[in-house]
Ligand binder design. Structure first.
Ligand code: GRF
Length: 211
């Protein structure tokens, strides 16, 4: 069993997907702590409602000293016995110190089919390129932003008339399917990647996730 910590910055819908998956029998990584760098994040209450301890560590209190902010997070993660971290909409770039310390135990979900569109505004960039397929990727975190070995991905169709908001909502459905599968596989020590097509309220999500 791995003890899961989840880092968030906002609404935490991916965190909720993980917490809901964690209630099912056989889940290998019980969530023990949620940390938000924003005290007003809606995800804090959502975690508490699901019986998971959630705290805020405000990065602003540390000014430009990113490493001291991370050392404060790290102390809480260690105290809670966390040994696997899922970034779920955590909007801070982590320093090499934190990334190296948690190497192999630090996972992120990104709303594009990496290596396409690292960084922000992924949905608008995908539409501007005229892509037919978009999606999300789960990957190990390394020092480069949105780099690191890929664990799984999920594809959705780009439809005529899509706006960045419509496309973001379709990708988010895929994120909620993909992230729990990938975190469970990492917690179990790996898995073979399998393709699975799942219909979710009018959309088809094509998963490439380890099992
Ligand atoms: C998701 O699209 C995630 O991929 C990205 O930020 C968004 C966070 O959404 N990194 P939520 O807070 O999980 O709802």
């Amino acid at each position: 069993m791995r003890r899961l910590g989840i880092l968030i910055s906002g609404r935490g819908s991916n965190m909720i997907a993980l917490l809901d998956a964690a209630r099912k029998p056989g889940w290998p990584a019980p969530p023990v702590l949620v940390i938000s760098n924003r005290p007003d994040a809606a995800g804090i209450a959502a975690a508490e409602e699901r019986g998971v301890r959630a705290i805020a560590i405000d990065h602003k209190a540390y000014g430009k000293d990113r490493e001291s902010f991370e050392r404060a997070m790290d102390a809480e993660l260690e105290k809670a016995g966390v040994d696997l971290i899922a970034l779920a909409g955590f909007m801070r770039v982590l320093t090499p110190w934190f990334v190296n310390k948690w190497a192999g135990r630090l996972v992120n979900i990104h709303p594009s089919l990496l290596p396409k569109y690292p960084g922000v505004d992924t949905h608008a960039r995908c539409l501007a390129e005229g892509d037919l397929v978009h999606g999300c990727t789960v990957h190990q975190v390394t020092a480069g932003v949105d780099e690191g070995p890929l664990i799984g991905s999920a594809e959705v169709e780009v439809k005529p008339g899509d706006t960045p908001e419509i496309l973001a909502a379709r990708v988010l459905k895929a994120e909620h399917l993909l992230y729990p599968r990938c975190i469970a596989a990492v917690a179990r020590g790996g898995g073979t990647r399998e393709r699975e097509d799942i219909g979710v309220s009018g959309d088809v999500v094509r998963l490439w996730a380890p099992r």
